[in-house]
Design a protein around this ligand. Sequence first.
Ligand code: ADP
Ligand code: MG
Length: 236
Amino acid sequence: KKLTETTVIANLQSKYDTIDETKITKFTDLPLSTKTLKGLAENDYVEMTDIQRQSIGLALRGCDILGAAKTGSGKTLAFLIPVLEILYCKQWTRLDGLGALVITPTRELAYQIYETLRKIGHYHDISAGLIIGGKDLKFEKRRMDQCNIVICTPGRLLQHMDENPLFDCVNMQVLVLDEADRCLDMGFEQTMNSIIENLPPKRKTLLFSATQTKSVRDLARLSLKDPMYVSVHEHA
Ligand code: ADP
Ligand code: MG
């Protein structure tokens, strides 16, 4: 069983370099795990949006990404699909601890991401959790070490990093900074900087934003390594 899985993964990964963003239109055109493809199909995700088409292949190939696309353009799947695939290819299990961290500015956005992840990640054997405050900190603390993917707001995450001995990010593979412009607008710049300083440098980072401001570029400089720029403009 293990051997077949390893072969399947190697086969998928061998196709990453041949992904041609100009030719693909559907999620099924990408070399994705059967688990992800099933989760997408069952939730009627068929055609990719522009930001998804342009960024998923790059993220699978291991690039850091600085992505800009307006609200409603489908940025959530543009990062959740690579997160699931990266952990799947590493044969991540519940025992491997925190594998991916998604930081988003508000509780509402965190819930939405969590719901989308539950849908498309349904067939993966990976646990996800919300760290967003407004809940019992003790409850969050105990659950923290059982989560493979954590979706969080900046303030609450930093609180766990500072106070929770069970918070362990040494194995973390992927960091997602969602709605980075809004995080900064809400005054989280210092918090974000402190969080990034605390994370293992050997990781992939995907940064998405609706707008490209100077403060977003500053955050990008601090968090990304040789990023690929993906920007989707509205057609006039
Ligand atoms: P953004 O983060 O860029 O504002 P979202 O990821 O929240 O956008 O997506 C906006 C809406 O579009 C959501 O309701 C989502 O379910 C839907 N959506 C995203 N990608 C697709 C797709 N490929 N096909 C159909 N609907 C999609
Ligand atoms: Mg979004």
